[in-house]
Design a protein around this ligand. Structure first.
Ligand SMILES: Cc1cc2nc3c(=O)[nH]c(=O)nc-3n(C[C@H](O)[C@H](O)[C@H](O)COP(=O)(O)OP(=O)(O)OC[C@H]3O[C@@H](n4cnc5c(N)ncnc54)[C@H](O)[C@@H]3O)c2cc1C
Length: 502
């Protein structure tokens, strides 16, 4: 029976296992291997969870589109709003001079009351009249998105900078004014004129990863479908059983931590005969590749880019009263505003059908990204120190208090002094040399002259799925679909030909 071993149980490995379990014939065996003592301590469990349909460079666009549709379909099929806080989202750019001058944190911000509307700020019309440039002040607007679509990240600006062309056009057309919608980010202390809507709820969405719910859902589905999880464990070598010529290549999996030794003190290992190996180990992909293919002539180059984030409870999020467009059947807002954050299937979804918000800005020397979320908290990140070293395992990451303090300063200036810190995190984005994900079946010539899985009938072999940088959550389900189709030797649902080169 065909067997696929997937190395790495972040969102890319999980999405691949999930899709393969769905598409492959029932006798296809699937194994997941991950050395971390705790799953989802990596970027897949700490990211913001922002999803976009069409914010990608042309090489990635078909995958982005497929993935966005798969996220929406999965959420509709399995009540993703309750299980992993999936929601439509509206995105805004926020002028870096965002302060609403309100010194009373108990006051609903100017956005909510409209009391500051007009205020000191010049309207676009006034700006036009005064001859001042109408700039929506998205950091990085001067950078192009480039072939990989990651130039903004390298320049430490925000992902919204890829929309700069659209924004300039929207602005010159008069733009979508914030007062045309009743779905404003009322938790934000900002002058209304400082906000410019840059995407509507049809093309952006969010989901919850901080309590890891999409990953946990995928894992639970995989296990229910018969996928075998080896964790904590790592694959150490590929080998052939000389006593059984013609038998399948075996991959040796060594258990770690408490599972490392048998009762009589020997290393606990399992040898899995396999047709296919998928390497989806994020930033750790080069280490995995070289341990299995020590003589490889080429190694996929993946570097890491660290990212700090905090989540907190803000006074005016969630709104106390559902918005007029909210679903009247949905559970209502709790009377106690400091609810414990929901987890997994116990989630209380109390925002009805109202969307969440994504805010992109420039302040304090970096480009904060801020997301209000269905689960009732706010996520803030965008601080990406280039010097943070990659730990041996995601669980070894050490948070620097000074970086967290910088994020909290921005959080307070945006949401008031009385925010309540819920969590802080440091995690690592896998970034390829081209800035694009690598989704590829490896050419045998690139694997060196050692043992390799043979594959069969033009399918199977060794696959890489990594390098998703700042978009691994958004691109996860599409990547899983495409990789599983490659493993099965089928045509792929999205054109990823530009991502097979590395
Ligand atoms: C601060 C921040 C915010 C982000 N926000 C967003 C967002 O809003 N939207 C979005 O789309 N993306 C976002 N991202 C990017 C996204 O989180 C990543 O692209 C994605 O999580 C990468 O997933 P992965 O499975 O490739 O890697 P990882 O999540 O890093 O998983 C890799 C796995 O490989 C395992 N591993 C390590 N060594 C081995 C080994 N020897 N063998 C097998 N397995 C091994 C690790 O333990 C880990 O479980 C963000 C990233 C950061 C850092």
């Amino acid at each position: 029976m065909p067997t696929t071993v997937i190395l790495g149980a972040g969102i890319i490995g999980l999405a691949t296992a999930h899709s393969l379990a769905e598409l492959a014939p029932p006798d296809h065996r699937i194994h997941l291997v991950d050395p971390a003592p705790e799953l989802f301590a990596s970027a897949s469990g700490k990211a913001a969870g922002f999803l976009a349909k069409d914010w990608f460079a042309p090489a990635i666009a078909p995958l982005g589109n497929l993935s966005f549709d798969l996220h929406r379909a999965l959420a509709h099929r399995h009540n993703g709003r309750a299980r992993w806080a999936y929601s439509e989202s509206i995105s805004y750019s926020l002028d870096r001079d965002f302060d609403d001058d309100s010194d009373d944190p108990d006051l609903d911000p100017g956005l909510a009351s409209g009391s500051d509307r007009g205020g000191d700020a010049e309207s676009p019309e006034e700006q036009r009249a005064s001859g001042e440039p109408e700039d929506v002040h998205i950091s990085g607007r001067n950078g192009s998105q480039g072939q990989g679509g990651l130039d903004w990240l390298r320049q430490n600006t925000s992902r919204a900078s890829v929309l700069e062309g659209d924004l300039e056009k929207a602005h010159s057309d008069g733009g979508t004014s914030v007062d045309e919608t009743d779905e404003l980010p009322k938790w934000l202390r900002a002058k209304p004129d400082a906000l410019q809507m840059i995407s509507d709820r049809k093309s952006t969405a969010q989901l919850y990863v901080v309590s890891r719910t999409l990953c946990e859902f995928l894992l639970a589905q995989c296990l229910a479908a018969g996928v075998t999880l080896h964790q904590p464990a790592r694959a150490t070598k590929l080998w052939l059983d000389e006593d059984h010529p013609g038998s399948l290549t075996r991959i040796r999996v060594e258990y770690l931590g408490l599972l490392a030794k048998t009762i009589d003190g020997r290393a606990r290992t399992v040898d899995i005969p396999c047709d296919n190996v998928v390497i989806a180990a994020g930033c750790w992909t080069p280490q995995v590749y070289t341990s299995l293919f020590p003589n490889a002539s080429r190694i996929p180059r993946i570097t890491h880019l660290a990212g700090y984030s905090v989540t907190f409870k803000a006074k005016h999020w969630p709104p106390a009263v559902p918005t007029p467009k909210a679903d009247p059947q949905a559970p209502q807002a709790p009377s106690n505003p400091s609810l414990p954050l929901p987890r997994g299937q116990d989630s209380q979804v109390y925002l009805g059908a109202s969307p969440t918000h994504a805010i992109f800005t420039g302040a304090h020397g970096f480009s904060p990204e801020i997301f209000s979320r269905v689960a009732g908290d706010v996520w803030l990140g965008g601080l990406n120190p280039a010097t943070a070293a990659l730990p041996a395992l995601p669980t070894d990451a050490q948070v620097a208090p000074a970086e967290v303090a910088k994020l909290l300063a921005v959080a307070r200036s945006l949401c008031g002094e009385d925010i309540e810190l819920r969590s802080q995190a440091l995690c690592f984005r896998p970034v390829s040399a081209t800035g694009r994900p690598i989704i590829s079946r490896m050419h045998v010539a690139d694997l060196g002259d050692g043992v390799k899985p043979r594959g069969h009938d033009g399918a199977g072999g060794v696959f890489i799925a990594t390098g998703h940088g700042p978009w691994g959550i958004a691109l996860s389900l599409g990547t899983g679909r495409v990789v599983s189709e490659m493993v099965l030797g089928r045509a792929t649902s999205a054109d990823v030909s530009a991502l097979t080169r590395w």
